[in-house]
Design a protein around this ligand. Structure first.
Ligand SMILES: NC(=O)c1ccc[n+]([C@@H]2O[C@H](COP(=O)([O-])OP(=O)(O)OC[C@H]3O[C@@H](n4cnc5c(N)ncnc54)[C@H](OP(=O)(O)O)[C@@H]3O)[C@@H](O)[C@H]2O)c1
Length: 303
């Protein structure tokens, strides 16, 4: 059945795939974006594209809130941290206020968050292991995600179900983290970062999109870890990516200069989380690419 969908972040790496899929499935899609003209040009079949929530005319069945400035795009100066906060927390606040003021009622709301909520961890596999019940961290990323989730809480009374998407590193052709790694690894310049023992919790784009569809239809609520069940250490990840591209992974990147160059943001690379997607697994979601080698092989074939 055709649904009326409002999405923020619909022009991004993940959101654009959702919009294209939903349009192909015959849904009525509206996109909140800072660039409505460009978005309308890309998808002329959209119901609406606008840069102010007040310009949207409901009702909507599904609300999917993914907007956010790139967390790893620039060094975290105080000004940059504010941009990262505003694009998630303030935006979600404004969205919730609009929904309350205009009397919206949704079947389901999926709102963004990330696995950074568990904090940047290090140590043994056990020390880095987390699931949806684990405590929050206390660093910048963790606080950002916790406040992002909190900002979505006022939407809860307006929807039958509120799901918080604790997204891991999404792997797909042409975007996200792999876009930065592909060329150096293709040139044989890739290697582990720091000790290489920090875990990277990843998910293939197809499984991410499949999990979104699953969560839109299944009676799931609350926080959901959006990762493959098989997180890999950074050293394993580097070896697998190099092997996929048939290149050596000989050049380790030492931690100290990264800390100097990136400051606090180096935590994203030098520490990690070994995330278990307990909710998805308990609910019976089936991953097509649970194993990294298969996921990267598929992405290489579609790059
Ligand atoms: N990709 C990953 O591996 C990953 C991992 C963890 C969490 N996430 C989170 O998942 C969400 C989507 O990720 P993505 O990779 O698709 O991101 P992306 O490609 O960087 O796209 C970001 C989207 O957010 C919107 N946006 C950015 N800043 C905004 C602002 N100040 N005001 C309004 N909209 C803004 C952009 O819309 P316009 O430019 O059209 O306005 C764009 O559609 C993000 O919030 C990201 O933090 C992603």
């Amino acid at each position: 059945m055709s649904k009326r969908i409002l999405i923020t972040g619909g022009s991004g790496f993940i959101g654009s795939r959702l919009v294209s899929q939903w349009l192909a499935d015959g849904h009525q899609v509206s996109v909140y974006t800072r660039r409505p003209d460009a978005v309308r040009q890309r998808w002329p079949q959209l119901e609406q594209a606008a840069s102010r929530f007040d310009d949207f005319h409901g009702p909507f069945d599904w609300l999917v809130n993914l907007a956010g400035e790139g967390i790893a795009d620039q060094r975290w100066s105080e000004a940059r941290k504010q941009v990262l906060r505003n694009s998630r927390i303030e935006l979600t606040d404004t969205l919730a206020q609009w929904a309350i003021n205009t009397g919206q009622r949704f079947e389901v709301v999926l709102s963004g968050s990330a696995i950074g909520i568990y904090g940047a961890l290090e140590g043994t596999a056990e020390q880095q292991q987390v699931d949806e019940q684990s405590p929050y961290g206390s660093d910048f990323s963790a606080n950002l995600c916790a406040e992002w989730e909190q900002a979505a809480a006022p939407l809860k009374p307006l929807t039958q179900r509120l799901v918080l998407l604790r997204t891991g590193v999404v792997l797909g052709p042409g975007g996200g983290m792999l876009k930065r790694l592909w060329l150096p690894f293709l040139l044989g310049l890739g290697g582990r970062i720091g000790s290489g023992e920090q875990y990277l919790s990843w998910i293939h784009m197809d499984d991410y999109l499949g999990a979104i569809d699953f969560l839109l239809h299944q009676p799931v609520e609350g926080a959901v870890n959006m990762t493959s069940p098989y997180a890999q250490t950074n050293a394993q990840f580097s070896r697998t990516l190099a092997a996929t591209l048939k290149r050596p992974a000989l050049l380790p990147v030492p931690g100290c200069p990264l800390k100097l160059a990136l400051g606090e943001m180096s935590d994203l690379l030098l520490k990690g989380q070994k995330v278990q997607p307990v909710v998805l697994q308990q609910q019976g979601f089936e991953f097509h690419f649970p194993q990294l080698a298969d996921a990267l092989g598929d992405i290489r074939n579609h790059w």
